[in-house]
Design a protein around this ligand. Structure first.
Ligand SMILES: Nc1ncnc2c1ncn2[C@@H]1O[C@H](COP(=O)(O)OP(=O)(O)O)[C@@H](O)[C@H]1O
Ligand SMILES: [Mg+2]
Length: 219
């Protein structure tokens, strides 16, 4: 089991957003989270990804109870174990594709040469190695999203969290991005939790989790 979240509660002000969420995910599983806008999907993903803390509840990732980590240990943990892919790629505009991919490795104290070798391998695997020296503005949306997946993978995280990763892509690029997730799982045994409105992706996932009003409906 890579993730075990128990009884996660979160409010913003007086508004309850997550109301006792339980979610367990096996290593190597590809899980889709679906639900109407405002259901709390992104909030849950941020909390699982240690970008935000729950008001109460317990989250264990890879055997570590992350609720017990202080800020510094939490960000080290995040950098090593978790990769994020967002709807908008959030690539830094002034850096090349390769530089963007390498930044999390630099934060993880990996040397420049080693990071670049691995960064190029990933860009190649994702079919965008010819874009390595290009800035984000010179790439198509599909290419930018592939670069952001490479960035998510650079530190070899065991858990990849994606928030509507194909929400901004045409159907062909979306299908090819989804295909990529399955290839990565097959070759690296990575686990994916993906918030999506894409029915095709939800259908091909190992499991679909439905959220409504801050709760998971599936038993
Ligand atoms: N930082 C925040 N401060 C206040 N309200 C928030 C914040 N983040 C999210 N919300 C509210 O929480 C609810 C759930 O948001 P979100 O988790 O983004 O839903 P989803 O991703 O399912 O669309 C929404 O009503 C949203 O307005
Ligand atoms: Mg959202």
């Amino acid at each position: 089991m890579i993730l075990e979240a128990n009884q996660i509660y979160k409010s913003f002000g007086k508004l309850p957003i997550l109301r006792g969420v339980d979610l367990s995910v096996d290593t190597g599983e590809i899980v889709s989270i679906v639900g109407a806008s405002g259901a709390g999907k992104s909030t849950l993903l941020h909390i699982i990804g240690t970008l935000d803390r729950p008001d109460s509840g317990r989250i264990v990732i890879n055997g570590t109870n992350i609720s017990e980590l202080n800020e510094k240990k939490m960000s080290l943990f995040r950098n090593k174990h978790i990769g994020f892919v967002f709807q908008f790629h959030h690539l830094l505009p002034e850096f090349t594709a390769l530089e963007n991919v390498c930044i999390p490795a630099f934060i993880n104290n990996v040397g420049k040469k080693e990071a670049e070798v691995r960064g190029m391998e990933l860009l190649k695997r994702l079919g965008v190695q010819h874009r390595a020296q290009h800035k984000p503005s010179e790439m198509s949306g599909g290419e930018q999203q592939r670069v952001s997946v490479a960035r998510a993978l650079i530190n070899n995280p065991s858990l990849i969290l994606a928030d509507e990763p194909s929400g901004n892509l045409d159907s062909e690029n979306a299908a090819s991005l989804h295909q990529l997730f399955f290839e990565l799982r097959a070759s690296l045994d990575q686990t994916f939790i993906i918030v999506t409105h894409n029915e095709e992706l939800a259908n091909i996932s190992d499991r679909t989790v439905h959220m409504r009003d801050g709760e998971i409906l599936d038993k």
